[in-house]
Design a protein around this ligand. Structure first.
Ligand code: ADP
Length: 424
C-alpha cells in the first residue's frame, strides 16, 4: 500500500532486525510511515533526509549506542529538537533513566513494553506533529494573505497616486482657466468703466436739464437710464473687487467702526424697499456691540449684500432680523473674541447642498430669467457676486462667514441665517 507522503514519519533504531520488525508491526496500526535503522550511523543518515515526528531508539547498540546517537542528533541544528523515546531492557534502572533525560530524551520505555503504552506515547508525538503541520499551513496561508494584502495595498496606492496626479492636473487646468477668467473679467471691467462713466455723467446732466425735467416721459426715461447705468457701475466695480479678492490684493483701510452705525446706514439705504415689499427689519443686541477695527466701506458692502439678499429672497410681508453678540470662535482663534452678527430672514431658504457653494463667484441658484429684475424684487437675481465678495472681505478681516438654513422651499419658507464673525 502506498502511504500518503504527508503522513507523520517515525524513525526506529535497533541493531536487532527482529526488534525492528516487532516495533514496526505495532506502529503501522497508526497512520504513520515507519523508517528502520539498524545502527546509529544509518539513523543519522535518515534524519538528514526526513523530518521525523519521533525517534524510538534502542540504547544498547554496538559501535554507537543510543546515548551517543542522541548526543549527535542534539548537536545538529536540524535534529536538535527531534523527540526521542528510549527503549531498553538492560538499562531500565533509575541511573540510566536519568542519563537518558540528561541527553534530552523526552520519554523512556522499558522492555518488554506494553504495546498500548508505546502507542499512546507515540500518539502524543503524532498529535504534536499534526498540530505543527496545521500551524505551518496556517502560517503559509497567513503569509499568502499578507502578500495578497500587500499587493492589494500597492495597487491601491498606485491607483491613488494615479488619481491624485489626474486631480492635480485637472486642478492646475482649472486654476489656469480661473486665472484666465479673472484676467478676462478685469480687462472687460476696465474697458467698461470709461464708457460707463460717460454714460452715468451724461445721464445725470440730462436729468438736471430743464427741457427734460419739464417732460414727464422723457424725465422718466432718462431717470431709468441713469439708475441702470449706476447699477451697471456697481456690477463692474463688484467684478473688479472680486478679481482683487481672488488675487489677494484687497487693500483694507482700518478705522474704528461702530457696527450699530454701519447697520443703521445699511437699513436707511433699504428703507424704501422694505416699505415697498412690506418687510420688517428688526435689530437685536446690535447697539451693545463694541467698536471694532475694520474697513468701514468693506463691511458696509458685506452687510448691504446680506440685507439685500434677505430682502430679495423673502416674500412680501416677511421678517428680517439682525442679531449681534460677542463670542469666541474655537475653530479659528480660541484666544480671540469675536463680534457675531446674524442676518436672519423668513425667506425661501437655501438647499443644504449649496450652502457653501453660494459663496463662490457667479454662483446663483435662482432662475436666470429673474436676472433683469430689480435689485430688491422678490427673487430678483443678481450677478452672483455679492456673497463671494462678502466672504472675501470678511476673511480679509480674519473673520468667518457662513450660511445656515433648514432647506429651500418657496411655499413653507424655512428662512436663512447668515453668520459673520469679526475679530475685535
Ligand atoms: P446674487 O447676486 O445672485 O444674489 P449672491 O452671491 O448675493 O448673488 O447670492 C448667491 C446665491 O445665494 C443667490 O443666487 C441665492 O440663490 C442664494 N442666496 C443668497 N442669500 C440668500 C437668502 N437670504 N435666502 C435664500 N437664498 C439666498
Amino acid at each position: 500500500m502506498v502511504m500518503p507522503p504527508d503522513y507523520p514519519k517515525i524513525l526506529i533504531v535497533d541493531d536487532k532486525p527482529q526488534n525492528l520488525y516487532t516495533l514496526e508491526r505495532l506502529l503501522i496500526k497508526l497512520d504513520v510511515l515507519v523508517f528502520q535503522a539498524t545502527s546509529g550511523f544509518d539513523a543519522l543518515a535518515l534524519t538528514l533526509e526526513h523530518d521525523f515526528c519521533v525517534a524510538i531508539i534502542d540504547i544498547q547498540m554496538p559501535e554507537m549506542d543510543g546515548y551517543e546517537l542522541v548526543e549527535m542528533l542534539r548537536s545538529n541544528q536540524a535534529t536538535a529538537s527531534l523527540p526521542v523515546i528510549f527503549v531498553s531492557a538492560i538499562y531500565s534502572d533509575e541511573y540510566h533513566h536519568r542519563k537518558a533525560y540528561d541527553t534530552g530524551v523526552v520519554d523512556f520505555l522499558s522492555k518488554p513494553f506494553v504495546p498500548e503504552i508505546l502507542l499512546s506515547k507515540v500518539n502524543v508525538f503524532i498529535a504534536l506533529y499534526h498540530q505543527r503541520h496545521r500551524l505551518q499551513t496556517l502560517v503559509k496561508q497567513l503569509n499568502a494573505a499578507n502578500d495578497e494584502i500587500l499587493r492589494f495595498n500597492q495597487e491601491l496606492e498606485d491607483k491613488v497616486n494615479e488619481r491624485t496626479e489626474e486631480l492635480q492636473r485637472a486642478y492646475r487646468q482649472l486654476e489656469l482657466l480661473d486665472r484666465n477668467k479673472s484676467d478676462f473679467i478685469q480687462v472687460i471691467s476696465h474697458e467698461l468703466r470709461t464708457p460707463l462713466s460717460v454714460f452715468t455723467g451724461y445721464s445725470q446732466l440730462l436729468l438736471n436739464m430743464p427741457q427734460i425735467q419739464s417732460d414727464e416721459m422723457l424725465s422718466r426715461m432718462v431717470s431709468n437710464l441713469h439708475t441702470s447705468s449706476l447699477r451697471l457701475k456697481d456690477i463692474v466695480n463688484a467684478m473688479l473687487e472680486v478679481v482683487k479678492v481672488d488675487s489677494q490684493t484687497l487693500e483694507l483701510h482700518y478705522v474704528q467702526v461702530s457696527i450699530a452705525d454701519l447697520l443703521d446706514l445699511v437699513y436707511r439705504g433699504f428703507r424704501d424697499a422694505l416699505t415697498e415689499r412690506n418687510l420688517s427689519l428688526e435689530m437685536v443686541g446690535v447697539a451693545d456691540l463694541p467698536l471694532i477695527e475694520a474697513d468701514a466701506q468693506a463691511l458696509h458692502k458685506v452687510f448691504k449684500n446680506l440685507v439685500n439678499n434677505a430682502i430679495k429672497y423673502t416674500p412680501d410681508g416677511g421678517q428680517i432680523t439682525i442679531r449681534g453678540q460677542l463670542q469666541k470662535d474655537e475653530e479659528i482663534a480660541p484666544a480671540q473674541s469675536f463680534v457675531h452678527i446674524m442676518v436672519c430672514d423668513t425667506g425661501i431658504g437655501i438647499d443644504s447642498e449649496v450652502q457653501e457653494l453660494i459663496f463662490t463667484k457667479f454662483y446663483h441658484t435662482g432662475d436666470a430669467s429673474y436676472h433683469s429684475s430689480g435689485e430688491t424684487k422678490f427673487k430678483g437675481g443678481g450677478p452672483g457676486l455679492g456673497l463671494a465678495l462678502a466672504k472675501g472681505f470678511v476673511e480679509a478681516h480674519g473673520g468667518r462667514i457662513w450660511a445656515e438654513s433648514a432647506g429651500y422651499d418657496e411655499h413653507t419658507c424655512p428662512g436663512s441665517q447668515f453668520h459673520v464673525l469679526l475679530p475685535f
